[in-house]
Design a protein around this ligand. Structure first.
Ligand code: AMP
Length: 306
């Protein structure tokens, strides 16, 4: 790619590399020159949620690499691989504004020159929450994340809590496979009305977008009821389900789970996480919140408005 230049660190334009071996060389050069390398894996079409992860990586490290790769092996048949929004030029410009040093943007053939035969299997954690409706998804995610880790060899990798199950699985993988990488889970960035930012929000019509607000609103209501001493998980999840269904959203699951094992709880605790997945029209959305403590939901504007 023509953007590959030798001296991009000072110019504010990240170096863009497609080839995995060249990316490894570029990442090693950054570590040698700058020090600790932070890494943010993405599927691109960057929004302020991604940018907050980049900021977090910058705070923790001396140089930052991101990947932009819509990974085919984590999409099931009939999912939105082809439709997924892509705009690498815009992503590179946004990354540059945020001080990113290296953008690794491979094509599918760069990452998978052969049909992949070796995969990371997530086990029971991968069967929880989104597991049943997305068979193979987390295996695809963990396999590509492991490949990206080996290619870029970061010191710190930053993931969003928005994809809560993914962040738990990646942390578990780094522990169980002894990877020398610190995994950081960063807070969910939301629109002013509470909707968790997602590249997939671009699929929503205006009317669907209004209905989609019921996910964060339901989580906010659950947190309020928890703060008012409701501890019965079933009562809390029923409340969330009703709120979303009455907004015309098709609920896939609402669960209150233990934050590390992802096992469903009968009695809610402050550290437990309420996780939801729902379809708004043909768009599948996920969201979650910890029941106690602070949450990005606390910053919601007009939380009760319609
Ligand atoms: P994606 O491009 O959707 O694969 O996301 C790349 C990374 O950004 C993942 O670690 C996501 O969890 C994270 N992310 C996506 N949306 C948000 C958000 N609204 N707030 C914080 N992190 C996010």
């Amino acid at each position: 790619m023509s953007r590959e230049g030798p001296d991009s660190r000072r110019s504010g334009h990240p170096r863009v590399v497609r080839d995995p071996l060249r990316a490894r060389d570029a990442a090693r050069a950054l570590r040698a020159e700058a020090g600790r390398l932070g890494f943010v894996p993405t599927m691109g079409y960057l929004h302020p949620g991604h940018l907050s992860l980049i900021d977090r990586a910058r705070e923790a490290c001396d140089a930052v690499a991101i990947s932009v790769f819509v990974n085919p092996t984590q999409f099931g048949p009939g999912e939105d691989y082809d439709a997924y929004p892509r705009d690498l030029d815009r992503d590179v410009a946004l990354a540059g504004e945020r001080g990113v040093d290296l953008v690794f943007a491979p094509g599918p053939g760069d990452m998978y020159p052969r049909t992949p035969s070796i995969r990371v299997e997530p086990g029971r954690l991968g069967q929880r929450l989104c597991g049943p409706s997305r068979p193979g998804h987390f295996s695809g995610v963990l396999t590509v994340v492991l490949k990206l880790f080996h290619i870029l060899e970061p010191d710190v990798a930053v993931f969003g809590r928005k994809d809560f199950q993914q962040s738990v699985l990646v942390r578990r993988m780094t522990e169980e496979l002894n990877l020398p990488i610190e995994v950081v889970a960063a807070p969910i960035v939301r629109a002013a009305d509470g909707l968790a930012l997602s590249s997939r929000n671009t699929y929503l019509s205006e009317e669907e977008r209004a209905r989609a607000r019921s996910l964060s609103r339901a989580l906010l209501r659950v947190r309020e009821r928890f703060a008012a001493d409701e501890r019965d998980a079933r009562t809390l999840t029923d409340l969330a389900r009703q709120l979303m269904e009455s907004a015309g959203v098709e609920v896939e699951y609402v669960e209150i789970v233990e934050a590390e094992t992802l096992e469903s709880l009968e009695t809610a605790t402050p550290d437990a996480v309420c996780a939801v997945a729902a379809r708004v029209g043909s768009t599948r959305l996920i969201d979650n919140a910890t029941l106690g403590g602070s949450s990005s939901l606390d910053d919601m504007e007009d939380p009760r408005g319609s």
